[in-house]
Design a protein around this ligand. Structure first.
Ligand code: NAP
Length: 263
């Protein structure tokens, strides 16, 4: 009997998970994207794009498409879809939340943790005058009133107003290297980095570059998960949680789950 797994995506981990599941016998995987990026890149398995229409819409979609399990592998700052997934799953569909671990400061780092983009904007003028802003093109509005700060903004797609008046846009998609990040920070004479605690390797190089250049970093903390949810940190932990719904592993054709005690 086959199972149908919905992966709420938009991250590298969601892409990796879709590839693993799509390669398994007896598993149908559908990746769901919000549709924010115009050319999202190929994904293994089926793909659907666009919002579901809130938690109720998602719950209907799960019923209509006979979904056996949902994996919320969305970005740690995508709060609304995670809330909706929790509510929709409460109607009886197993939900696994995948969150890559957050970043941690190392020796020599000068980090200023803040609770929100607005808190970052409030603090920023006291820390620097030339900011490298990597908080995503949709987060620029929080900084739009800062006329005295020069911003270099990096995003995958061109940002839309409102944004700060003195803004230079760099369009690029990770992964980035430490050498490349140091070059960018130096070329633009950046004196402070602003980032969300997205975690993951693809965009971590900027933190190493900031450390090596002795630059302060304003780090926006992650929003908390809904209290009823706990997250797992990687794709293999998701597969373990999914158990039989994830189908047999290539090395275990009987499909034993991690908690099984088969000889
Ligand atoms: P959000 O605020 O949590 O979601 C807003 C609405 O967008 C949701 O209520 C839902 O609409 C729809 N949506 C979000 N993710 C979806 C998905 N994977 N499939 C279908 N509909 C989705 O999300 P966001 O912060 O705008 O992020 C949107 C997407 O970009 C997410 O998939 C996330 O993984 C990815 N992303 C986000 C960030 C970030 O910093 N926030 C960074 C990188 C990638 P309905 O209520 O109509 O269902």
């Amino acid at each position: 009997m086959s199972s149908h797994i919905l992966v709420l995506g938009g991250t590298a981990e969601a892409r990796e998970l879709a590839a693993v599941l799509a390669a398994r016998d007896g598993v149908r995987v559908t990746s769901s994207l919000a549709g924010r990026v115009t050319r999202p890149g190929a994904l293994d398995g089926d793909v659907r794009v666009g919002g579901f229409g809130g938690a109720e819409g998602l719950a209907s979609w799960l019923r209509e498409h006979r979904v056996d399990a949902v994996v919320d592998a969305t970005h740690p700052f995508a709060e609304a879809i995670t809330r909706n997934a929790a509510r929709a799953a409460a109607t009886g569909v197993p939900l696994v939340v995948l969150r890559r671990p957050g970043w941690r400061p190392g020796p020599g780092d000068c980090w200023h943790p803040v609770v929100s983009l607005h808190a970052a904007a409030e603090l920023l003028p006291r820390i620097g005058r030339r900011a490298f802003l990597t908080t995503g093109r949709l987060g620029l509005a929080a900084f739009a009133h800062l006329a005295e700060t020069h911003f270099v903004v990096r995003s995958v797609e061109p940002p839309e107003p409102p944004m700060p008046p003195d803004t230079r846009v760099v369009l690029a998609r990770g992964p980035f290297t430490v050498a490349g990040e140091k070059e960018l920070l130096t070329a633009h004479r950046i004196d402070v980095l602003v980032t969300k605690d997205s975690g993951g390797a693809a965009t971590a190089a900027k933190l190493s570059a900031a450390r090596e250049l002795g630059l302060p970093v304003v780090v926006v903390r992650r929003p908390p998960l809904p209290p009823e949810l706990t997250a797992v940190p990687d794709v293999s932990a998701v597969l373990e949680r999914l158990g039989r719904a994830a189908g047999p592993t290539p090395s275990d054709p009987r499909g034993c789950g991690a908690a099984d005690t088969c000889p």
